[in-house]
Design a protein around this ligand. Sequence first.
Ligand code: G6P
Length: 615
Amino acid sequence: MCGIVAYVGPRDAQPILLDALGRLEYRGYDSAGLAILNGHGVQVRKKSGRIEELAKACRAKPVEGRSGISHTRWATHGAPTDANAHPHLDASGKLALVHNGVIENYLELKDRLAKAGHKFASDTDTEILAHLVGDCFSQNQEKGEVRLIEAVRKALKQVQGTLGIAVIHSDLPGLVVGARRGSPLVIGVGNGENFLASDTQALAPYTNRVVILQDQEIVALHADRFEVASPLGQKADVRVEEIENGVTASDKGPHPHFMLKEIHEQAETVRNAFRGRLDADEATAKLGGLNLSSEDLRRVERIFVLGCGTALHAGMVGKYLIETLAKIPVDTQHASEFRYGDSPVHEKTLFFAVSQSGETADTLGALREAKRRGFRCLGICNNVSSTIARESDGGVYMHAGPEIGVAATKSFTSQVVIFTLLGLLLGRQRSLSAAHGREILEALDKLPDQILALLQESASIQRAATAYAKARSMLFLGRLANFPIALEGALKMKEVTYIHAEGYPSAELKHGVIALIDKETPSVLIATQDGVYDKNLGSLQEIKARGGPVLAVAHGDDAKVAGLADVVFRVPRTHELVQPILNVIPLQLFSYHMAVTLGRDVDKPRNLAKSVTVE
Ligand code: G6P
């Protein structure tokens, strides 16, 4: 999704901005641009396509200057063209602005500005905002930097929607004004230089000291200082935090893509998700971050899980885990649906918002809605400084490390581990026996080694990918806790290969989907030995009887499945409730190898964004 980087300091801004933008590439974008102040007005360069295109334009016509703003755009209003790329200028051509988010009332504002004589060069909502701030600037009587800060404040009062912005004005070199409402923005604190960024990854080589702007705050950034103010203009307290250094392209290690690297990290990230959280004596889990007493937890009668994409799929596995282990009914819903729906919720419900990035606009909106209705809402996040992590009443961190590949992989298995721990904790406070609890603990403990063994299967999965890469459509089938795994397998396939894929409960096959089966349409069936194994074998036979190829996820020693399926993705055997964590990994590898075979841009698939900060 869109990214912002700004710089003020003694160094040449252009190379810093280009480098920092490159660190945001993983978020997904379709054009990029920058604006620099150098005593000859605002110099803008912008290009559709990759940052390399922008870098080429900058090499052909370099801009010198020591302060500037830059942006990667993920198109919402208007196609990804040079003209629609940010920064956008105001009517005077002296003010430049970059923006993350969506201005909801931009048509109304555009109409008003057009009537006052404004002409626009793009189809974007952002250009309207640039003109509006420029208008406020020209009407303001204030002098110096206050004039720009007040112009931003005044303009934002007229704007509805979400935003993170950075603004410069050629009359005020050495100043960048930033503001946030909904979209994240952090100040990078350097020595004699300062930065603004929508994502701390951008700042990795420059500083590890950051200030996370709170919602509605405005910052005036200079080389040697910065002032943060509340929406009403009062000086705000700031807290400088130290963050871990971010990931760089060289951190891919021996792997050609981040997605493969992150798939391979799962032995470690799964361990990180349960490290220090297993209580062998009591056969339960310890989750201190929930901020809930045992009594509070015992009073929970229902659970509601909110999330989007992969995070929601993890929540759907969580439903099976919690309902089986703790016998607490669990609802799951797309965060975007919950947010605007009328779903009645039982008063003793505990909410969970699941989000790797912790910035997904729909999930954040749903969390706020649940809190507005008075419910306690916990977060399951990877990014500890994220908005969802901060706005939740407590929660559990994944500790999976930065996930750079757009397609979520390691965050999914970490989320499922966390739901297993939750099921265990809540279950042991209810009817789950110590013996059963211990079985789960032992299964979790063995997982990392089993994942390492499973990853050895990569070569055979790669061969299958080569054989099936021409498929135009695929089905993913599984039952109970493996139904969301089927959904996740289909989502991975769509995201990185662009092949149409659907996930279904296996038994639904006969209720319509079976019409799609033919010899060109492979089905991936999750058929590990569990309570519905025989039923899954039935589905396998039904597909084979209609000439459809079947790729089955099955236990390594399962001769029955091996005799029926065209391809077997072999997985180690574990406790039935923990098995989904192993079952998803071959599906991740399969979509990865398919994408590579098809020559796709694996880490940055078309149209997708890593962190979707707009609705
Ligand atoms: C986007 C990504 C998905 C991801 C979803 C939720 O749609 O493309 O891969 O699953 O957001 O992201 P989150 O950061 O909230 O887990």
